[in-house]
Design a protein around this ligand. Structure first.
Ligand code: FPP
Length: 232
């Protein structure tokens, strides 16, 4: 990783795919894959700090993930809870602001309060912002935003009105969206916000993702010519 990266995306968003396959290939329960996935989150946040990436969003639980077994869902909740309650958490250690997107209401109360606690503790940090997408769906985000615009009495809205109402209102749109494991889908992630994002689908399974993979991804991003519909 000798060569310096010139064009650093402000916001990268990651669809962490392949935890289940990682575990199954080793004859282990799927939740072991998710547990290793948390370690990959930690590595990635530290690598983002190193490369100077300001915003990183992780798709941790989608509106569709409720279809999984109770055991797997509870396992994921335990991991999220443990991670944000950890004594030696990276948020306080490195002054990282924690935020979330998604409809939190159906989550267990103790998870919600642990999340609220860590958000409160880190709300003034500005070195980097990590966002967890929890019970997040791009369509659900848009529908909730439209419903609140209707409730406010609007009957004619602009793109900006909608952007200002989405869960991501305080975060820039993602410049670079990665999905690991080689699957080439966006699976109801930030649909509206991804209109001009660069997409990248490395083959590595999420639990194996590390700083070298992020570096390689950033090298790919260097070569992208973002035109936003204009001419270069
Ligand atoms: C996708 O892999 C991964 C998920 C649906 C869950 C990701 C959750 C975590 C990494 C834990 C969250 C914890 C924190 C701290 C935010 P998959 O299970 O769909 O993999 P597969 O396609 O190989 O089955």
């Amino acid at each position: 990783m000798a060569e310096k990266i010139k064009k650093i995306p402000t916001h990268i968003a990651i669809i962490m795919d392949g935890n289940g396959r990682w575990a199954t290939r080793r004859g282990l329960p799927r939740n072991v894959g998710h547990r290793e996935g948390v370690k990959a989150i930690e590595r990635t946040v530290l690598a983002c700090l190193k490369f100077g990436i300001k915003y990183c969003t992780f798709f941790a639980f989608s509106t569709e993930n409720w279809k999984r077994s109770k055991e797997e869902i509870n396992g994921i909740f335990d991991l999220i809870r443990d991670y944000i309650k950890k004594e030696d958490n990276i948020f306080e250690k490195y002054q990282i602001k924690l935020s979330s997107i998604g409809y939190l209401e159906p989550f267990p109360d103790d998870l919600k309060s642990a999340l609220a606690d860590m958000k409160e503790k880190t709300k003034n940090y500005d070195r980097m912002q990590v966002t967890l997408a929890l019970n997040y769906g791009g369509r659900d985000d848009i529908v909730r935003a439209v419903n609140s615009l209707i409730k406010q009495g609007n009957n004619n809205i602009t793109e900006k009105d909608l952007l200002d109402q989405l869960d991501t209102k305080n975060i820039p749109e993602p410049d670079f969206v990665l999905r690991t494991s080689g699957e080439m889908r966006i699976s109801n992630f930030m649909l509206y916000q991804m209109a001009y994002s660069e997409l990248y689908f490395p083959k590595v399974l999420w639990p194996d993702f590390n700083e070298k993979h992020l570096y390689k991804a950033l090298k790919v991003y260097q070569k992208r010519n973002r035109r936003y519909g204009g001419l270069s």
